[in-house]
Design a binder for this molecule. Structure first.
Ligand code: 0RQ
Length: 498
């Protein structure tokens, strides 16, 4: 069957008010761009005519501005899942304008398959190649593309020349069976390949191929600074010490690392610490720093869902595929983040917290308990199942007005049962094998900023100190209330809670 080449505007016109669209991509890598940008224009035109026009978006993780950004500004999104980082979307969500379902990334594809979020009307898939017999070769991310391709009534392919055809072969496309007859995902080491290098679809479902030349919209990250460097060094020193005393095998264990400046600094420090042997990554996002470490031989293999790298870095990979082909694999998010595989491989997970409490509960998503920041992303997939789960964060935010360590988290994403280690620039709190009261002591002594140490010790004095998890309930969120009142948690006055 011949492929039907159409414009982005023609493709967008196939999407109607009330539809759910399923997108390729994971972070701005590999996501649809041209059709969603045209769709925003249609929404604005319809709204100008007084007609409703809103859709549901199912995708792998965050997207770029040409998807979440333009569609949010056009007020075209009714519902969206999962993770996003777009600031306009964030504002709209916190204004109550969009229904945002923030779920674990490993669960997104299966929850769409189970029908929890409704039907997928149209899939929009970015590809570097598509064949008349229905083979779609993805670009820089796996995401939920295989699932939405299979479930959607119709598929639009964005054939993006900004991604080299050298990307063919990077992917390992595999969709697990659904319960009750689910089998194990047969990945026994990060480099195992278990699927196909393309998505096979019924060619009849491909209603249009849109040719584009639109680079990914991945953000660059700020250079490391003394604070992120110190956090990174603390992580590297902690892992090296754990290896020295035999808790981590001398061959080391595969690493997962979150996204952002701290993650980059952590990887930089691990790369430099030659007491740690060259290691593997089984992670969701590969950033520039990992590509550098692969080139240097410090990272032996990288398994991920996306290459969330700057465009010059991506071009470097595509131009050097002979080198990278046996050192990288991209997987769908339900495989890259699979709890089963994470536990089997013994992953060391490293993610960033917004705040943590005295007992080791972590908030990754909500500012002061109510306002969505980004979402849980894959942090829960890895943390709950890791060999060692680590959270990092600066000890204070906003010039010291906010302590990242609080008596009780204002929103809980990762519970005390899942969090092993908390690391700030101040030091390392090793919570493994400790009771809640011992954990509180370790966290205050090692992680809290000097401005807040006595404040948190004084909080504990408000409790009887005997209970399994001592709390003074009326005062547990007083530091957050103080922030809302005076703009500075340091002004909290415990006297009124005695
Ligand atoms: O504010 O942007 O105004 O400067 O939050 O904080 O320190 O720059 O750190 O960019 O790494 O983001 C947890 C949000 C950290 C992120 C979070 C303010 C702070 C700053 C950003 P400004 P930093 P980061 C992989 C795994 C959840 C998902 C996850 C995240 C801004 O890492 O979304 O782990 N993680 N996914 O000032 C008020 C506090 C604050 C605070 C920080 N306690 N109160 N504001 N900030 N702490 C990714 C995927 O899954 C794809």
């Amino acid at each position: 069957m011949a492929l039907n080449y159409i414009s982005a505007a023609e493709a967008a016109s196939l999407i109607k008010h009330g539809y759910n669209i399923g997108l390729s991509g994971f972070t701005p890598a590999g996501t649809a761009k041209a059709v969603t940008a045209e769709l925003a224009k249609i929404a604005e035109e319809e709204h100008a005519k007084g007609n409703p026009f809103q859709i549901g978006i199912f995708t792998g993780a965050s997207t770029g501005d040409s998807c979440d950004g333009v569609l949010t500004r056009a007020k075209a999104i009714r519902y969206r899942a999962p993770y996003t980082t777009n600031s306009d979307f964030r504002k709209a969500v916190n204004n109550g304008e969009i229904a945002y379902n923030d779920i674990h990334l490993s669960q997104m594809a299966q929850e769409v398959r189970y029908g929890f979020m409704g039907k997928v009307d149209i899939a929009i898939i970015e590809a570097c190649e598509v064949t008349p017999d229905g083979k779609i070769y993805l670009t820089a991310a796996g995401g939920i593309a295989p699932t939405v391709c299979r479930l959607a009534d119709r598929i639009i392919v964005e054939l993006n020349a900004a991604h080299s055809k050298n990307a063919m072969g990077l992917h390992d496309v595999y969709e697990p069976l659904d319960p009750p007859y689910r089998r194990e995902i047969p990945i026994y080491k990060p480099s195992d390949r278990i699927g196909l290098p393309y998505i096979q679809v019924d060619p009849e479902k491909i209603v249009g191929v849109v040719e584009t030349n639109w680079p990914d919209e991945a953000r660059g990250f700020a250079d490391a600074d003394p604070l992120t460097d110190k956090i990174g060094q603390n992580v590297a020193d902690f892992l090296a010490a754990d290896m020295k005393r035999g808790i981590i095998p001398s061959t080391f264990l595969p690493l997962q690392s979150g996204v952002g400046n701290i993650a980059n600094a952590v990887l930089g420090a691990l790369g430099r610490d030659k007491t740690i042997p060259a290691f593997e990554m089984y992670t969701e996002v590969i950033q520039n720093s990992v590509i550098g470490l692969i080139r240097e031989g410090r990272v032996k293999f990288g398994s991920a869902c996306s290459l969330t790298v700057t465009n010059d870095c991506l071009e470097g990979i595509y131009n050097d595929m002979d080198f990278f082909r046996d050192k990288l694999v991209l997987r769908p998010s339900e495989i890259s983040n699979s709890p089963e595989v994470v536990r089997r491989l013994g992953i060391i997970s490293i993610n960033t917290a917004i705040e943590a409490d005295l007992y080791g509960n972590v908030n990754s998503t909500h500012i002061s308990g109510t306002k969505m920041m980004n979402g849980i992303g894959g942090s829960g997939d890895f943390t709950r199942n890791a060999y060692i789960s680590i959270f990092t964060c600066p000890s204070v935010a906003k010039e010291g007005k906010i302590s990242a360590i609080v008596p009780m988290v204002s929103h809980a994403d990762h519970s005390e049962h899942d969090v092993n280690i908390i690391i700030t620039e101040q030091g390392v709190a090793d919570l493994r094998g400790k009771s809640p009261k011992e954990r509180a002591q370790a966290i205050i002594e090692n992680c809290v900023h000097p401005d807040y140490k006595s404040i948190l010790w004084d909080y504990l004095k408000l409790t009887d100190g005997k209970a399994q998890t001592p709390h003074a309930l009326r005062a547990a969120l007083a530091m957050h209330a103080e922030l809302a009142k005076s703009g500075d948690m340091r002004n909290v006055d415990w006297a009124q809670y005695k």
